[in-house]
Design a protein around this ligand. Structure first.
Ligand code: E4P
Length: 226
């Protein structure tokens, strides 16, 4: 499993990248709004993220028609070679994904909540598919079950004739709320988990690691004073 950071916050991205295990970043309009992002700085902001991260950076189109999504997608893809265009799973999004994929522009199909949506995304040529976990949990349904269904269904078929240059599709476990979501997604075989910085920090921690470290430090003090 690879880890992406789900944020538009440059300091979080810089910090996470410095840990050595970050493979990419996903952003969305809400995450950009959360950091006080301005419309006329959006492309520059994505460029800055692409300079920090050596891996795919998802930038979302907010257009609602296929032609506008394709236009947006081309502009976003021109920002940097590691930009991935994030497109919502809807009819216009599928049509735009086909065009962008045929032009060699990688697409991350987002807001995916079902197996049929995921299979359609795959057939439309998406490079990444993002099933959301936490938003199911928010409405008292089991997001992990839904993710498992998508992982299994996509694994049942060969989509390489639909994707650019026969690339393998990667499933991004999205809308991740906890380290346990990451554990379960990894056990299912999701290729990537995109996590908020708070979850990434929790993923590093374990109380037994803290306890063990504390004991080692105390014992080492004894060695130094012996
Ligand atoms: C995916 O790429 C989305 O940006 C993200 O995971 C959405 O998560 P949320 O449900 O916490 O907003």
């Amino acid at each position: 499993m690879k880890f992406f950071l789900d944020t538009a916050d440059l300091s979080e991205i810089e910090e996470a990248a410095s840990w050595g295990a970050l493979a990419g970043v996903t952003t969305n309009p809400s995450l950009y709004a959360r950091i006080g992002g301005k419309l006329d700085d959006f492309h520059n902001h994505i460029k800055r993220i692409c300079e920090i991260v050596d891996g795919p950076v998802s930038a979302e189109s907010v257009a609602m028609t296929r032609d506008e999504i394709v236009r947006d997608g081309r502009e976003l893809a021109a920002i940097a070679p590691n930009v991935v265009v994030k497109v919502p799973t809807m009819v216009e999004g599928l049509a735009a994904t086909r065009t962008l994929a045929d032009e060699g522009i990688p697409v991350n199909m987002t807001l995916c909540f079902s197996v049929p949506q995921a299979i359609l995304a795959a057939r439309a040529g998406a490079r990444y598919i993002s099933p959301f976990i936490g938003r199911f949990d928010d409405i008292s349904e089991d997001g992990l079950d839904q993710l498992n269904n998508v992982v299994q269904a996509i694994a049942n078929y060969d989509f390489t004739d639909s994707t650019v240059n026969g690339e393998q599709i990667e499933i991004i476990a999205a809308s991740v709320r906890s380290a346990n979501h990451v554990t379960q997604a990894a056990l299912m075989g999701a290729d990537i988990a995109t996590v908020p910085f708070g979850v990434l920090k929790k993923m590093v921690q374990h109380p037994l690691t803290d306890r063990g470290l504390d004991a080692f430090m105390k014992d080492w003090e004894k060695v130094q004073n012996a």
